[in-house]
Design a protein around this ligand. Structure first.
Ligand code: ADP
Ligand code: MG
Length: 302
């Protein structure tokens, strides 16, 4: 391939809002046959909002939300933003969390793809996936709550459990929206002959609901960041040339390992740094434009 045509291609890319790390990236783009799509923030807008707070027997939903908001205040995750925003209002519109100067949050830590922990007024509060609470903290969900959470997930909602002092106190339900253009992008990727697969750390019910909405038929849910990475390398070992599209810290390893890493421009620095291409406007349709651009550019050269 002549360097000039590739440079023209990358220049054209930037006009389309596609930032390409270097001319050689267009070569990789042309060869891909499989596209892995992260869910939250990639296929969905990642702007979440709290729709319900379910409390365990004897627990107060407002207290659950306040504790969750305080614990999440150190996280940039879309779930955290939604919980903090809801906590600042209060589910009953009273006693706003985060604005209460008496609430002290310390020792925040997050585990990518699983949840967060923090000391809230000296009490360790955990917010995250039930499987993480169980395996890392030996805290299990009461059955009534897990039934309600599964119902919400089947309806396409994301749920996180909130626990302190050895007990799950409630579940926060958050809603996300499929990004405008995501379904069109998936259809166009498929028309270009590419296999599409949804990869998410979220629950299967949510993943299936989003996948159905955008027309993706292969779904892998409940995956940890290292599983995303492993899935990329396994597909490559099976002879696939893989593109990965993602936005999160949890996607960075998979983005770096993929033959072509594509980051959403609204994503985390870790994702953008690991990627070969950044979609400035965070519109999945630009990923399709990138594939078409590379095919066109390399055809002119041949
Ligand atoms: P995705 O793969 O769809 O981008 P993530 O890997 O970021 O999703 O998150 C997977 C799951 O991990 C979430 O659905 C949630 O249950 C849990 N999780 C991640 N970050 C947080 C957080 N800050 N607070 C609560 N739960 C979280
Ligand atoms: Mg994401």
């Amino acid at each position: 391939a002549t360097p000039t045509a590739l440079l023209v291609g990358t220049g054209r890319g930037s006009q389309l809002g596609i930032l390409i790390r270097g001319p050689q990236v267009l070569e990789a783009t042309r060869r891909i046959d499989t596209v892995l799509l992260d869910k939250t923030g990639t296929v969905t807008t990642g702007t979440m909002r709290v729709t319900a707070v379910l409390s365990a027997d004897g627990e107060d939903a407002d207290a659950v939300l306040r504790a969750a908001a305080a614990a999440e205040s150190g996280s940039e995750h879309p779930i955290a933003r939604a919980v903090v925003a809801a906590g600042a209002v209060g589910s009953a519109g009273t006693d706003p969390a985060g604005t209460d100067p008496a609430t002290r949050t310390e020792s925040f830590a997050s585990t990518a793809g699983l949840g967060v922990q923090a000391l809230v007024d000296g009490v360790l509060v955990l917010v995250g996936r039930p499987v993480w609470l169980r395996d890392a903290w030996a805290v299990t969900m009461p059955e009534s709550l897990s039934t309600a959470a599964t119902e919400a997930e089947t309806a396409g909602r994301t749920t996180v459990a909130v626990a302190w002092e050895g007990r799950v106190r409630g579940v926060v339900v958050v809603a996300d929206t499929v990004a405008p253009g995501a379904a069109e992008a998936v259809r166009r990727l498929q028309e270009l002959g590419l296999d599409t697969m949804l990869l998410t750390g979220d629950a299967a019910g949510v993943a299936n609901s989003v996948a159905a909405e955008v027309g993706i038929d292969r779904v892998t849910a409940g995956v940890r960041p290292e599983d995303k990475y492993r899935i990329v390398t396994e597909l490559q070992a099976a002879g696939r040339t893989v593109a990965m599209v993602g936005d999160g810290v949890n996607d960075a390893a998979a983005l770096a390992a993929a033959d072509l890493g594509i980051a959403m421009g609204t994503g985390t620095d870790a994702a953008v740094e690991a990627a070969d291409i950044t979609l400035v406007r965070a519109d999945l349709r630009a990923a399709v434009d990138a594939v078409r651009l590379s095919r066109r550019t390399l055809r002119t050269i041949r």
